[in-house]
Design a protein around this ligand. Structure first.
Ligand code: MTE
Ligand code: MO
Length: 160
């Protein structure tokens, strides 16, 4: 069955989704449409360098990673900066490519990097492909993970 607003010809099972899991109160599975409708969109015009294909220029739109992650209620004391600074977000693509930003990189009291979970790339909706991680502060493209399937939020290390 096709959801209203789904790309023509795409059934619900063809819609890509990502899971927010780990040390959170409210794990969630979110389609690209959920990301678009649930949070305020931000826009990023970026240029990054790829080791194999050279400079790339793109325009992305989507919610902030920190707002999506916060909605799942990470198991830190949100009022305590030191507690938040222990956390990481492991972001994985469907092909196994993954990266591990620190929570402090995207936290407004620390690095405040406007990292996005994109719902649109160069004017095209990503509903069928999946969301893309956007790290506008990066000089190279390796963390621009496409077809994101998982965001694992958790303290590191779990135990010394
Ligand atoms: N899932 C996934 N995303 C990925 C990669 C990958 O191997 N897997 N490679 C990254 C690298 S190294 C670069 S430079 C950019 C390239 O993005 P573009 O060719 O779409 O501009 O995608 C990034 N996203
Ligand atoms: Mo790359």
């Amino acid at each position: 069955m096709s959801r209203p607003g789904a790309p023509l010809g795409a059934s619900a099972t063809e819609l890509a989704s990502l899971s927010v899991i780990g040390e959170v109160d409210l794990p969630a599975t979110l389609t690209v449409r959920d990301l678009r409708e649930g949070w305020r969109p931000h826009r990023a015009e970026v240029v990054f360098d790829c080791a194999t294909s050279g400079p790339r220029r793109h325009v992305f739109e989507g919610p902030l990673l920190r707002e999506v992650a916060l909605a799942s209620r990470p198991l830190f004391d949100i009022r305590r900066r030191k507690d938040r600074s222990r956390f990481t977000l492991a972001v994985s693509g469907g092909d196994g490519h993954r990266t591990v930003p620190a929570w402090a990189e995207i936290d407004a009291d620390f690095g405040d990097a406007p990292v996005l979970l994109a719902t649109r790339l160069d004017g095209e909706d990503l509903d069928a492909v999946g969301s893309q991680l956007v790290v506008p502060v990066d000089r190279c493209g390796a963390r621009y993970i496409s077809a994101v399937t998982r965001v694992r939020v958790g303290a590191w290390p779990g135990a010394w």
